[in-house]
Design a protein around this ligand. Structure first.
Ligand code: ZN
Ligand code: FE
Length: 253
């Protein structure tokens, strides 16, 4: 099984999970690059997985369904045209053509019904967890997003993290304001900068790298607590308050 990034728009990744004959796609905001890839590689579409309702993640569903009538999995708590199999926490998405299955996790915060898919040591987390960052809180509360990120951080360290956007360098620039002395963060910056200069995606990441460098997963670390407290002008005594302050700080940049 191979997982390939199909680039859409400016910085969206549509993840294509393929086995040489069949492919499933995650968050096809646009059908054209997916159909091009399938055509060039002689792959048959087997399923579509959707994390949330935003157009840059769902815009290609209709055209893909005209091409092949496949199951479309997506959040039960959101209304998305084309979804055939609404899912939420406790559900399993089985893709027999690819010999893989995914556990569904509710991860509200960016949107109210956002879901993530976890299986084959891989996490497809849409706009919830980003490399060195997290999604904006359009519909959820900081409490919800913090809990959602904690849920993802609890996955095994070597889980491969496939987010829906290439935001790594921008996110690192902010993370360095929070933790200028985080050695692993500085090493990550050097590595990811080189990767981008070579025109390659900085993804996938891993849960262990995110726990070491992503300020939104580090709300219990003294350096992050201190920086967030300084930003809010008073001591913050709870991880969720630290998270709220760091998210607010990020919004202003
Ligand atoms: Zn989004
Ligand atoms: Fe998005």
């Amino acid at each position: 099984m191979k997982i390939i990034p199909v680039l859409a728009f400016e910085d969206n990744y549509i993840w294509l999970i393929g086995d040489g004959r069949y492919a499933a796609v995650v968050d096809p905001g646009d059908a054209e690059p997916v159909l091009d890839y399938l055509g060039h590689h002689g792959l048959r579409l087997a399923a579509i997985l959707i994390t949330h309702h935003h157009g840059d993640h769902t815009g290609g569903i209709e055209a893909l369904l005209r091409h092949a009538a496949v199951p479309v999995y997506g959040p039960r708590k959101e209304t998305i045209p084309g979804i055939t199999d609404p899912v939420g926490t406790g559900d399993t998405v089985r893709l027999p053509e690819l010999g893989v299955e995914f556990a569904v996790l509710d991860v509200p915060g960016h949107t109210a019904g956002h879901v993530a898919y976890y299986g084959a040591n891989s996490l497809f987390c849409g706009d919830t967890l980003f490399t060195c960052g997290c999604g904006k809180l359009f519909e959820g509360t900081p409490e919800q997003m913090h809990a959602s990120l904690q849920k993802l951080a609890a996955l095994p360290d070597d889980t491969q993290v496939y987010c829906a956007h290439e935001y790594t360098l921008e996110n690192i620039r902010f993370a360095k304001k929070v933790e200028p002395a985080n050695r692993q963060l500085l090493e990550r910056e050097a590595r990811d900068r080189q990767t981008r200069e070579q025109g390659r995606p900085t993804l996938p990441s891993t849960i262990s790298l995110e726990k070491a460098t992503n300020p939104f997963l580090r709300c219990e670390h003294p350096a992050v607590i201190e920086a967030a407290s300084h930003f809010s002008g008073g001591p913050l005594d709870e991880a969720v308050k630290v998270f709220t302050a760091v998210r607010e700080w990020r919004n202003r940049l």
